[in-house]
Design a binder for this molecule. Structure first.
Ligand code: ADP
Length: 157
């Protein structure tokens, strides 16, 4: 059984994340989408809100689980019996950071490989930070996030 972890902030989950997740779920037997509890990063939504919104967004996938974790991603992956980390690539600007992260993880644990996936072009430009910016300025985010995320953010933020 090939298990992959898709770690990230998902602050909030977007249609870009979901497209990566869909591709990953077609390749691997099980995918765990896991919200990183990162003390240093200032987030817009709580971990609990992010997990709840992800759970509501992934009901169509039967081999996807939702979780959160603290500490090193590779330690979490080992605990889950996963051999693969999924990360997404949008543009060249993601490349440097993602390459550094994957090589650091590989130096820490060579058994766990990072697999990079891309989205359909129509989701490629979407980022959680742009969504927050649009929302804070009263714009319409409905095209960029799952319906449940749109409803929740309009009601609660
Ligand atoms: P992090 O804080 O770990 O970067 P994010 O939630 O911002 O967490 O992103 C998680 C992963 O999903 C990253 O690898 C990021 O590059 C990828 N990603 C986010 N949005 C998109 C998108 N629209 N297309 C492709 N990859 C994406």
């Amino acid at each position: 059984m090939k298990i992959a972890i898709y770690p990230g902030s998902f602050d909030p989950i977007t249609k870009g994340h979901l497209d990566i997740l869909k591709n990953a779920s077609e390749i691997f037997d099980k995918v765990i989408i896991a919200v990183a509890r990162n003390g240093e990063k200032k987030c817009f939504l709580t971990v609990e809100e992010r997990v709840k919104l992800i759970k509501e967004s992934v009901t169509d996938f039967d081999n996807v689980e939702v979780d959160s974790f603290e500490g090193l991603t590779i330690e979490y992956a080992k605990k889950q019996g996963a051999e693969v980390l999924i990360r997404g690539l949008r543009a060249v600007s993601d490349f440097e950071y993602e390459m550094q992260l994957s090589q650091t993880n590989s130096a820490l644990c060579s058994d766990i490989k990072t697999v990079f996936l891309t989205t359909k072009p129509k989701y490629n430009f979407i980022s959680s930070s742009t969504i927050k910016e649009i929302l804070n300025n009263g714009g319409d985010i409905s095209k960029f996030v799952p319906d449940c995320v749109h409803e929740y953010l309009v009601k609660n933020r």
